[in-house]
Write a protein that binds this ligand. Sequence first.
Ligand SMILES: Nc1ncnc2c1ncn2[C@@H]1O[C@H](COP(=O)(O)OP(=O)(O)OP(=O)(O)O)[C@@H](O)[C@H]1O
Length: 710
Amino acid sequence: MEFDEEVFLTLYGDKLKKYMKDQISQKMVKNNVFEFDIGEFLKNYSDSCDINDQIIENPKLVEDPLLYVFKESYIDLFGEDEHVKKELEKTQIAFKNPLGCDKKIDEITSSEMNRLVKFEGNIIKAAKVCALLKKACFVCRACGEISYKTIHDYFEQPRSYCKNQNCRSEMSIDYDSSAYVNIQELEIQQPIDLMRNPDDPPRSIRVFLENSDGIYSGRVDVVGTVMKKLTRPNMPVFEIYAKSNHVKLGESFQKIEVKDIINNYDLINTLDELGKKENIIDILSNYLIPQIKGYDLVKKSIFLQQVKACTKFLPDGSELRKDSHILLITDPGIGKSTMLRKISRLFPQNSYASVTTATGGGLTANVVREATEIGDGWVVKPGVFVRANEGTACIDELTVDKNVMKYILEAMESQTIHVNKGGINVKLPARCAVLAACNPKRGRFDRNMGVVEQIGIPAPLLSRFDLIFPLKDSPDRRRDAEIAEHILDTHVETATKNYSKVLGSIKVDGITVDENLIKNYIIYARTCAYFDENHHLYAGEVDERKIKSPPLSKGAKKLIRDYYVDMRKLGEGNNPVPVTARQLEAAIRISEMHAKARLSRKVEEKDAKIAIDIIEECLRQVAYDPETGKFDIDKGMGEIPKSKVDKMDKIVDIIRELSVLSSNGLADECDIVEKASEFQISEKDVSDMLSKLKKSADVFSPKYGYYRLT
Ligand SMILES: Nc1ncnc2c1ncn2[C@@H]1O[C@H](COP(=O)(O)OP(=O)(O)OP(=O)(O)O)[C@@H](O)[C@H]1O
């Protein structure tokens, strides 16, 4: 359809003028950009629906007549003086809500050239914001004629010739009188949930975003014109890119999904019915990772982690962490990678990475030099934690690289990633739960050693995990037979595509529960959409501060407080310190998750009881000191346990005493061992502690077998 400006203005000029006058008087033009909301216009003028097609087909050609109408509307409203004239010359049109041009990134091909498209994707690269010459002011050096010309194609040298009949000479650009806009170069990747095959390499497209305030991460909706750029001087080969002046941070995935849920009354009734079942959390969590048999408490904790705790904001607007981080330390081959991969595919915001292949920057964010068209080449590349914002970052083989663990600490506590390099200084949101997994230091658990000595994770990072599950692979005839049966059934069902016993859906009192229903249930619980009073809030732009969520009941508060105080009491005197404030907050978070997971309007005592039981079970497995028979949180969080600290002090006293008594000021290791045995400290413990004291430079060994204090 050939575009004719005259015909366009004849057909739509009056309606556009009326619409624009209404819009201009309602909201001032921001950054010289008038957002023309096509959908909104058609609501007012449904008989002009052809305009939508005209705009999609010829976005560049339509801009000028739209601008002409805009200027007329503006002058009708505010009159015209030199200032208004100058401002109007800088104005541009941004298209919003075009109808019928939604594309997936892998569908944006040469057939879309010069057309308007709408697509969504994740920002995987973002350069710094620069200034773009948008409206060139051309001056004729011969006769002084001045004209303005919008630059549509960045890669063509702008040219203009004098319109004066007697002149017609080429004009030159007056850069000082030209109009500029912010521009940012982005690379946007197709989200995994929009891919036909999630295992295919995702497509990405370069986007030049005009009027950008600086956007560096997140899932975005883009409206833009498909353009081309010559890639080689001597071959007609072009790279496709999108030129946009309207990018909107996409609403988080669950908010989009929850809109579908709250409009589906049958689904709401089904979910509400499920929430009433007595042991619904156990049923759903056990079915969450069907291919793995057993580890019910781990699966329950992972299920609750997906539900997330309540969103709470402090008066200063900062958010209290609602994500519980979970660490699995497992013997080889028990299914940790399978569990992480399964969770990473549950929702688009969930991401998976293995530290064997990911760098610290790859997990958090990188600022690197790359070939960009604009800017000085520095680009921000959001990592797994940023891409998992509002979801879960599944990090496998956590301990294979000590350097990587340093990067993760900030992300897990502050839930933001701060990058400041190459002139780019931004804070990226990383409000995600972490589900991490690793093997013990020596590859598998040594039954003679405490768990924490075998973890190899620095204490500050270890203490960020609400729950730590050491999973040992101990041969057990009955359990091994069950797992073997389960694995065999899994293989048979995947081979025959007959998902029945292991991978098929389950019945809960007549309700068929499949993976899709579980996802909906988790979103329904996570967003508290089961509170009717939240439904209208999810209909439009969601303000999380207004979402109602289950408050802690008096009984639950008392239970958590008493648990904390009782366990802290165990730390009195010479006893090890059993819990810290972090475990208290973990108890609050997990109680809230459990209440939400059963669609309860209140966090009750039973939720707090279960949360405390889960935490105690972890403490028992990780922080329990077999020698003293007590909980020692320092042991569980990677510090040296109290009992070891007592023994360590004793060894130091012995070295001090023997050094003073000996002629050369050194304590002989044999004498240390003999003296230590009087305090029930074994030779192995003496040797361990001497090596720890040497490593911490508390003792010095000038020659083999002899020690003195530093
Ligand atoms: N309890 C289980 N139930 C069902 N399948 C299991 C179980 N444990 C292990 N498997 C199977 O064993 C295989 C190994 O699992 P996976 O690769 O996840 O182990 P891993 O713990 O990651 O091993 P590694 O620590 O060596 O990486 C997978 O095919 C998994 O399905």
